[in-house]
Design a binder for this molecule. Structure first.
Ligand SMILES: Cc1cc2nc3c(=O)[nH]c(=O)nc-3n(C[C@H](O)[C@H](O)[C@H](O)COP(=O)(O)O)c2cc1C
Ligand code: SF4
Ligand code: SF4
Length: 256
């Protein structure tokens, strides 16, 4: 079973590759959470592998993953292998340790954590931005071979280090990540410009139903988790985040 969350399609692409290779079905974390149940039960076959595939947000797991794990129960879980695949733009800090701890609270042992670098989608703060066209293409070209490495690592059991924490992980994951969860989430400065055609795509792709169309224009409430799906996927580039994104590029995975 592959539990996945994705804002701009990178993690969805990774989840699909792993799902095809290991013949495991995909379960969308966002869709599950939107069922508004308090307990999600999943039955595991004896030989089933479990994956969590998600974007790294501020050097920790995208928060919907944590909200999901809190409500999740794995039926017939005993010795099945459980993997976290962190989809990042650069590096992941202690995302591996955070996942290990969260899963341990559900009595689930994380077998291994992998990371995979894909194009960057964070544009909501000064000093950050999407990759140049050249770097984006390099990352997309390299991605299939990185997936292959993960698949071989799992199949062979000869474990290599396929996880990139980067430098200053303590600062990033123990200071910045909690601050991101406490202060950035739930707030946003999104607005739609006059270029908006009222197509409603932003509202449809939002995983937290944060956006509704009022008088045919999108408005954002306070449940945003900053996944950046809306701003990157608007087909006419009509969404901005304060003044920060005016000169920023937009990105979503080409298969999306
Ligand atoms: C709020 C936010 C925070 C991010 N923080 C990090 C980070 O700490 N490290 C990193 O390498 N990439 C970071 N990124 C970039 C994404 O992890 C990366 O682009 C990922 O591939 C996006 O996956 P997706 O297309 O499945 O959403 C961040 C992106 C967002 C939106
Ligand atoms: S996706 Fe863009 S054009 Fe469509 S409703 Fe949203 S802001 Fe308007
Ligand atoms: S409002 Fe936009 S950035 Fe926030 S959760 Fe929804 S799609 Fe993601």
């Amino acid at each position: 079973m592959i539990f996945y969350f994705s804002g701009t399609g990178n993690s969805l692409w990774v989840a699909k590759q792993l799902g095809a290779y290991f013949d495991e079905k995909l379960v969308s974390i966002a869709d599950e959470l939107n069922k508004e149940e308090n307990n999600f039960q999943y039955h595991l076959a004896d030989s089933e592998k479990v994956f969590f595939v998600f974007p790294v947000h501020s050097w920790g797991p995208a928060v919907l993953v944590l909200r999901f794990i809190e409500k999740m129960n794995l039926d017939n879980y005993s010795a099945q292998q459980v993997y976290a695949v962190c989809v990042c733009g650069d590096n992941c800090g202690y995302t591996d340790r955070i996942m290990q701890k969260e899963l341990m609270q559900k009595n689930v042992l994380l077998t291994r954590t992998y990371s995979i670098q894909m194009p960057n989608n964070y544009i909501l703060m000064k000093g950050f931005g999407i990759d140049t066209e050249e770097i984006k293409n390099e990352k997309l070209e390299l991605a299939p071979s990185l997936i292959k490495e993960i698949e071989e690592d799992i199949q062979s059991g000869k474990h290599k280090n396929l996880y990139v924490s980067g430098k200053k992980s303590f600062l990033k994951s123990r200071i910045v990540y909690p601050a991101f969860k406490n202060y950035a989430l739930g707030r946003n400065s999104f607005f739609a410009t006059d270029a908006c055609t009222s197509c409603g795509l932003c509202a449809r792709v939002c995983p937290t139903n944060t956006i509704s169309l009022v008088n045919k224009k999108p408005v954002w409430n306070n449940t945003c988790v900053q996944c950046t799906a809306c701003i990157h996927r608007c087909p006419v580039r009509a969404i901005e985040y304060g003044k920060i994104t005016r000169n920023q590029g937009r990105y979503h995975h080409p298969d999306m």
